[in-house]
Design a protein around this ligand. Structure first.
Ligand code: SF4
Length: 395
């Protein structure tokens, strides 16, 4: 299943429990501020969550229904971050199942961004001319309650690509010279063993027209101890630019261990990007969003995308409106460094592509342009000559 065990034991390419155990200092800091015992393994079942003090025992029955539909996994690193006494804990909100997930809204969809529509061969999503997604595994170390691929990931979801399917996916890439970038995603590709990742990279290196490889992952925050030098070395390419995009939604995820894991990646010469999902009750207030963007930049991760929540089933309680997102983006623009500005984007439902959704600072009636400052003042562009300059004839 993930870096901590489960399917990892039975699937040869995933990192085994023995592999993880052999990593020096792979343990985590136990919770010291509450009476619950330290969490030493990934929690997957409601009764395990109750035993760890993360849900009320009375909720086990209904959450078993949720878990039967959408995979549950919380790594020790994330479980230890949750304050069981805080009903609004932003980490809990991302990973702990809730009964409301059983309420699917009419506008929600099992494949909200149209992966299947744009999948010419198993494992490939080809939506834009110059790049493809390569989905090598549908396993993750954690299962996020808002995931737009929640119907595809986890034990009930799609399987890790079999060798023949991977051959076909790589042949598809090799046969199309217009593919400049390969985005390795899933699932979370960094649950794969360094040996499997190295093998994959070696095959991509052999495709001359692929100049950029990008990994999308949550591993550096949710299982930082597994970002070993061996793993980082496996991601490198002698000929291609390799980027690692970290998915993080709250500043608390950037623990010292997570920052150290990211430093191992960046110090190895792999630039990092940040991608964040705008989530109600997690990061939909200016302080939380600004703290996250600053934490990413301090960790040498350039914020890249802030995603509007997709219409994934049972996720309405976590979705904001676009107007709320635009207002938050205005506070970012006014208050924090340009380095901390992601692009706020919407994946248009049914796979019509990803577009920036503002806010816009320009208004035009076809002639004059009015531009709004980060603080809401409005200004003509080009600027009107001042009265004094007009009288003196200055130009
Ligand atoms: S958001 Fe990423 S890490 Fe989370 S469940 Fe979905 S694919 Fe896995």
């Amino acid at each position: 299943m993930d870096a901590a065990g489960g399917d990892a034991v039975t699937t040869p390419f995933l990192r085994s429990a023995a592999y993880i155990a052999a990593i020096p200092n792979s343990g985590h800091m136990p919770r010291t501020s509450n009476p619950w015992p330290p969490i030493t393994k990934t929690l997957r079942k409601p009764h395990e969550l109750a035993r760890a003090g993360l849900i009320a025992p009375g909720n086990i029955a209904v959450l078993e229904r949720v878990a039967a539909q959408y995979a549950v996994a919380i790594t020790p690193a994330m479980a230890e971050l949750i304050d069981p006494d805080d009903p609004a804990d932003p980490i809990a909100r991302q990973f702990l199942p809730q009964a409301v997930e059983l309420d699917m809204q009419p506008d929600e969809h099992a494949d909200p961004v149209g992966d299947h529509t744009h999948s010419p061969v198993e494992g490939i999503v080809h939506r834009y001319p110059d790049r493809v997604l390569l989905k090598v595994t549908h396993t993750c170390a954690v299962y996020c309650r808002f995931c737009f691929r929640r119907e595809m990931v986890g034990p009930q979801g799609l399987k890790t690509l079999a060798p023949k399917a991977l051959d076909a996916a790589l042949a598809y890439i090799a046969g199309r010279p217009e593919i400049w970038e390969v985005i390795i995603t899933g699932g979370d590709p960094l649950v794969l063993s360094p040996r499997r990742l190295r093998g994959l990279m070696d095959r991509l290196v052999a495709i001359d027209h692929v100049k950029v490889v990008r990994f999308h992952t949550r591993i550096p925050t949710v299982a930082p101890e597994t970002v070993t030098d061996e793993l980082v070395a496996a991601l490198k390419s002698p000929t291609q630019a390799v980027y690692v995009a970290l998915h993080a939604n709250h500043a608390r995820e950037l623990t010292p261990a997570a920052r150290a894991a990211c430093a191992r990646i960046v110090d190895a010469g792999l630039p990092m990007l940040g991608q964040t999902v705008l989530l109600r009750g997690v990061n939909d207030d200016p302080d939380s969003l600004q703290a996250l963007m600053r934490a990413l930049v301090e960790t040498r991760i350039k914020p890249y995308y802030l995603h509007q929540g997709d219409f994934a089933p049972g996720t309405g309680h976590l979705r904001t409106t676009i107007a709320e997102g635009q207002a938050l983006m205005r506070t970012l623009r006014g208050d924090v460094s340009g380095l901390c500005q992601p692009t706020y984007v919407l994946d248009i439902p049914e796979g019509h592509g990803k577009v920036p959704i503002g806010p816009s600072y320009l208004e035009s009636d076809g002639g004059d342009v009015c531009v709004e400052s980060p603080w809401g003042t409005r200004h003509a562009y080009p600027p009107k000559p001042s009265a004094a300059a007009a009288e003196s004839g200055d130009d």
